[in-house]
Design a protein around this ligand. Structure first.
Ligand SMILES: NC(=O)c1ccc[n+]([C@@H]2O[C@H](COP(=O)([O-])OP(=O)(O)OC[C@H]3O[C@@H](n4cnc5c(N)ncnc54)[C@H](OP(=O)(O)O)[C@@H]3O)[C@@H](O)[C@H]2O)c1
Length: 186
């Protein structure tokens, strides 16, 4: 049965990006090179991604990834939905479908595409809340990075009206900690 997961890295004080959308606090966590998600999480990211069958993101995240990856799409072959009211480019080899408006009908298509695998809500926070508001979010996977920004784009820009049950924690060698929560049905 497919599970819908909001999987993000966030600062200790609950932000997924700087106020201007930057991710230097995460990508340059070791102070020098761009970190590798697999290495930074002792392989946990790879194990998570192996179970993903479809993903969704907002247009700001999409444009950030395109700029950061120099147009090389990191999710080749993965059915990917980008929410936007605008026309945006699609890089070579990307299976990108554009969506706008209500998330529920899109979620149906995503679940069908994912089959037995999971649906990954990449972010940002408001898009994740759109799925949560429709009771379509099953799990939160938060990789907490020991950085305090003091301001930024919040992981949760508004209240989540559901109880959360701790499903697991995992510390990584670099000081990051993964927190997993199930969203308890009403
Ligand atoms: N730390 C992490 O793990 C992590 C994860 C994800 C993202 N991020 C970062 O967070 C930043 C972006 O987050 P964000 O919250 O600003 O933006 P976002 O969710 O990526 O994009 C927001 C935009 O998506 C479009 N959109 C959202 N919902 C829509 C809907 N239902 N219908 C049509 N369009 C819709 C709208 O833009 P238009 O209609 O104008 O296109 C909206 O302004 C980026 O810097 C990204 O890299 C970090």
């Amino acid at each position: 049965m497919s599970t819908t997961q909001y999987y993000v890295a966030q600062t200790l004080d609950g932000y997924i990006a700087d106020s201007d959308g930057g991710l230097d606090w995460l990508l340059r966590f070791d102070g020098e090179s761009t970190i590798d998600a697999s290495e930074a999480t002792d392989g946990a990211y790879d194990r998570f991604f192996a179970e993903v069958g479809a993903l969704a993101m907002g247009s700001a995240t999409y444009e950030f990834i395109l700029a950061e990856a120099h147009e090389r799409w990191p999710y080749e072959g993965m059915p990917s939905w980008v929410f936007s009211s605008r026309e945006l480019p699609v890089p070579e080899g990307a299976d990108v479908r554009f969506a706008r408006g209500a998330v529920r009908p899109v979620h149906e298509h995503m679940s069908t595409a994912a089959g037995e695998r999971n649906v990954w809500i990449v972010g940002g926070g408001d898009l994740a809340m759109q799925f949560a508001d429709e009771d379509l979010l099953d799990e939160l996977h938060l990789t907490v990075v020991p950085v305090v920004l003091g301001a930024g784009l919040p992981t949760f820009p508004r209240r989540l009206r559901r109880r959360l049950r701790l499903a697991g924690t995992r510390p990584f060698r670099n000081g990051m900690v993964e927190l997993r929560y199930e969203v308890v049905a009403a």
